[in-house]
Design a protein around this ligand. Sequence first.
Ligand code: COA
Length: 417
Amino acid sequence: MRFREYRSDTDRAAVHRISREIGWMGEGDEEVTDLFFTGGRTWVAELEGEAECVAQTMSASVRYLEEEMPTAVLLAVATSHVARQRGLAKRLSAHVLALDAADGALLSVVGPFDQGYYNHLGFGNGSYDVVFDFDPATLMVSDRARPPRRFTRDDWALLHAAHLARRPVHGRCKFTSSMHFRRACGISYTPAEMHHKNSFGLGYCDTPDGSPSHCLWLNADDMNAGPYRVEWMVFRTPEQFRELMALLRSFQDQVSLIQLREPPGIQFQDLLRRPLRQRSITHRGGFENAAHVTGGWQVRLLDLPGALARTHLTGAPVRFNLLLRDPIADLLDEGAPWRGIGGEYVVEFGEESSATPGQAAGLPTLTASVNAFSRMWFGVRAAGDLAYTDELSGPPELLQQLDETLRLPEPNPDCEL
Ligand SMILES: CC(C)(COP(=O)(O)OP(=O)(O)OC[C@H]1O[C@@H](n2cnc3c(N)ncnc32)[C@H](O)[C@@H]1OP(=O)(O)O)[C@@H](O)C(=O)NCCC(=O)NCCS
């Protein structure tokens, strides 16, 4: 097996073949496939001289409290049917992440096809996504929406700028490249999601320069009754959020169902009239009202000292020895520019946090996989809770101190990964 950078002139046909074979690309999707794979960092693995596996990362910035962390989003991994289960995808993904880490990415996030696979690469579960299916007639907002402005795919540059400026929450992921955003607008989809022809945007331009201040992007298979799916939303104030909700409510005379991913920090059920009654009377109907929960993303640290140098916590300082296991090390070749972050560290969490290679006498020891440690650091779950279900253990007093110091808001990328 040989790994090398994707070359659009010579690898185009092979990557089309992989994409077609696995159902990511249909008739007429060639152009968007090309656009997609020429963005970000794309590598291929060869088997018998042919590219049979492709992996891609895209650079982004993830917010950690008040700090922005350079991040590599593992966006696409695919292996053709002739090269499956030979370790190509895992090894190629590990290689691409090693290049990103060597280039300064502090962490990585992925939207996994299922739980388990990316755990081999050191990723651990992020927090849950809650998706609501609701009847817009049950939305309780007293505000009335002004007539919105229409946005189309041609407005993607304007919308991308608005999306980058959305509410700054812990965990927010900003794609620095507009490529991913264009995909979110249905302009250049990954083949798996296909071009969605019924995509449109609505919103308001209240910023002094006339650019979009709050807006949402929707698509629907059935433009008549719905469901309409809210792909993403941008707002920065309670008034803006309520106006967008009032806008969705105004669809009620025609649309029976809207699907919306709960925005970070907002308990969406607060806005629904009699949600449990709605759920029982719509149960098993064509427009069932319900909330669905999934672990839709995963996270791992790529640079422990680098990420901790940007970790500023208000809790009491805690210092300990860390024994960190990183499963990605087994997937990297000798020549990889980065070897994972497993090893021994002295870690301090506090206003100024740090991780220094080595061990110090007299400190308690935390033993963890990078998967579990990354979840604890990000605030997905507390150390004391991870000790029940993940690979993280230490003296009870240390776990309790970590729980108190790492009191973080729930992380939320606030976008599709
Ligand atoms: C997912 C995919 C890329 C894997 O490609 P691959 O080259 O066959 O993968 P690898 O050989 O590196 O890994 C396969 C191993 O992972 C295991 N595995 C697969 N899914 C797993 C899961 N959810 N949990 C744990 N292990 C899993 C397999 O059983 C196999 O185990 P083995 O090594 O013991 O035989 C390939 O199946 C594919 O292209 N799928 C369609 C596209 C897709 O869903 N891509 C992911 C987008 S997020």
